[in-house]
Design a protein around this ligand. Structure first.
Ligand code: BG6
Ligand code: MG
Length: 221
């Protein structure tokens, strides 16, 4: 049975993945190296400090003290939060609101499962918090994706069993975490990058009719 839908936030619900990349690229630039969009794929879904570790490794920087790393991560986060200031409800990705509406009308419960500590701020800025029954984010979980913790905690709070949950993810680390949680995963984005997902689409907009027909048995239109 399809009990619950669990959504990643950055890059699935809101187009904030590009802001993370811009801020990390700026930090790399200040540290004296280039950082490509392709390299950035590895950072998606990963916690802030682990992302920094990956970035530093990409730049060959190996000799920083923990305090220096904290400082760099804070700077990145300040730039990122500056970019978040521009967010409005129009930055909710295409298809999100109608898809959530259809799920609710079919009695499917919904959650956000995000690694981000900025998730509450983002949800408030784009005003879609009321569309989710549960929010689990980087402020309440210990182990980052690809660990399944964030997904299992969302299912627990929803009162759903993992095999009744669908996860919607744009990051390879998130797809992996959802699989480890024993859930079914829909990849949003590049099919090659998200090869382990059970199904991949370009956006939720594209998914809606296909998904509803084959998995819930409803023609949404
Ligand atoms: C994830 C993003 O949702 O959150 C990552 O995909 C990000 O890119 C992570 O590093 C942590 O976010 P924040 O906002 O706590 O730095
Ligand atoms: Mg994401």
């Amino acid at each position: 049975p399809f009990e619950a839908a669990i959504f990643d936030l950055d890059g699935v619900i809101v187009d904030t993945a590009k802001f993370h990349y811009q801020a990390w690229r700026r930090l790399a630039g200040e540290l004296g190296f280039a950082f490509s969009e392709e390299q950035n794929e590895q950072l998606k879904g990963v916690s802030r400090m682990e992302s920094l570790e990956l970035l530093l490794r990409a730049g060959g920087i190996t000799d920083l003290m923990p305090e220096q790393k904290e400082t760099l991560a804070s700077r990145k986060n300040e730039w990122y939060k500056g970019l978040l200031e521009t967010l409005t409800p129009y930055d909710v990705l295409p298809g999100v609101c109608s898809f959530l509406g259809l799920l609710h009308s079919r009695g499917v419960r919904t959650a956000i499962a995000s690694a981000s500590k900025n998730a509450p701020l983002i949800l408030e800025k784009v005003r879609i918090r009321p569309l989710f029954d549960v929010v689990v984010d980087g402020n309440s979980i210990v182990r980052a994706k690809p660990d399944p913790e964030v997904f299992l905690e969302a299912a627990r709070q929803l009162g759903a069993s993992p095999d009744g949950c669908y996860v919607f993810e744009d990051a390879a680390a998130g797809v992996e975490g959802a699989i480890r949680a024993g859930m079914r995963v829909i990849g949003i984005g590049d099919g090659q990058m998200l090869a382990r997902a059970h199904l991949t689409v370009n956006s939720l907009e594209q998914l809606e009719p296909v998904f509803l027909l084959s998995h819930i048995g409803v023609n949404g239109h």
